[in-house]
Design a protein around this ligand. Structure first.
Ligand SMILES: C[S@@+](CC[C@H](N)C(=O)[O-])C[C@H]1O[C@@H](n2cnc3c(N)ncnc32)[C@H](O)[C@@H]1O
Length: 271
């Protein structure tokens, strides 16, 4: 399927896979759908598709639209609901939907914040009519509160055994590691500028605020009780995957904090 490290072809559709760390200016070749993921990241999707069919998929974070089209091309779902904060439709996705006559299958919603519980719930009610979801992919804000809110809204809508994937859960952590490496060696070219910038940032924001990397810690504590609601939590490169247990959950009331009993103050100890 990969013709080279960036060129993926699925069912006659060409995708340009390129992880955009900082809105760099690499442009996809004419006729290719842009996917903001590296080959390694996309290969995880290829493996997932082989291990699990998914008829109903929700994706959060459309960006330029290639990942939504790729989910469709790979899984051939009956319904793919996608949510995006930006209000401008992704041209590449609109063209894909139009070209393949998929208006009733791929349902993008723009101008929606993943943290808007009522807004997201209303979209699910309209688009799914109670049908359970097989797979949720969250590749949107990568912010703790927004990601947790979307999880609490959508996880109850998964079928038992369904999967909830949170991408790039440790991006902030990797950046902090990188900063630590630079700060530890005053001879590194970026040392002084970074120390200055972080010094300013510390003045403006003296209390370190928790980042998305906290969510998997909460999920592990939630799983520590029993596997009725959360059956499994798998942490890996780029992905945290949470599998839904059998227990019915009321989506209006589901809060992760109700499952997290930090008996030994581990979250607080970690800080
Ligand atoms: C990493 S990009 C998505 C990349 C895309 N899934 C792909 O692989 O090609 C993140 C997207 O999430 C959107 N986003 C950011 N914050 C959001 C939020 N709070 N709610 C919904 N979408 C959000 C951004 O506008 C951006 O388009």
């Amino acid at each position: 399927m990969f013709l080279d490290d960036q060129h993926l072809r699925v069912g006659g559709v060409d995708f340009h896979c390129h992880y955009q760390w900082n809105n760099d200016d690499e442009v996809e070749p004419e006729g290719f759908l842009p996917v903001a993921k590296s080959r390694d990241q996309v290969e995880r999707y290829l493996r997932l598709q082989k291990s699990m069919p998914a008829e109903v998929i929700v994706e959060i974070g459309i960006y330029r639209g290639g990942s939504t089209a790729l989910l469709h091309a790979l899984f051939q779902p009956r319904r793919l609901v996608a949510i995006e904060l930006a209000s401008e439709p992704a041209a590449a996705l609109s063209a894909y939907i139009h070209r393949h006559g998929l208006d009733e299958v791929i349902r993008p919603h723009y101008g929606i914040n993943q943290a808007d519980r009522d807004g997201v719930a209303a979209i699910m009610a309209a688009e799914l009519a109670g049908r359970p979801v097989d797979l949720v992919i969250d590749d949107a804000s990568h912010l703790l509160h927004e990601t947790r809110a979307a999880f609490e809204t959508l996880f109850p809508r998964l079928r038992p055994g369904g999967l909830y994937v949170i991408e790039d859960w440790n991006a902030d952590h990797l950046v902090a590691d990188h900063f630590d490496t630079i700060l530890a060696d005053s001879s590194t070219p970026d040392h002084d500028a970074l120390a200055h910038t972080l010094g300013l940032a510390a003045t403006m924001q003296p209390v370190p605020d928790p980042r998305l990397v906290r969510l998997p810690l909460e999920l592990v504590l939630a799983r520590a009780r029993k596997g009725d609601v959360i059956r499994e939590v798998t942490v890996m490169e780029n992905w945290v995957v949470i599998q839904r247990g059998e227990q019915p959950i009321d989506p209006r009331e589901f809060r992760l904090s109700d499952l997290v009993k930090d008996h030994f103050a581990n979250l607080r100890a970690i800080g």
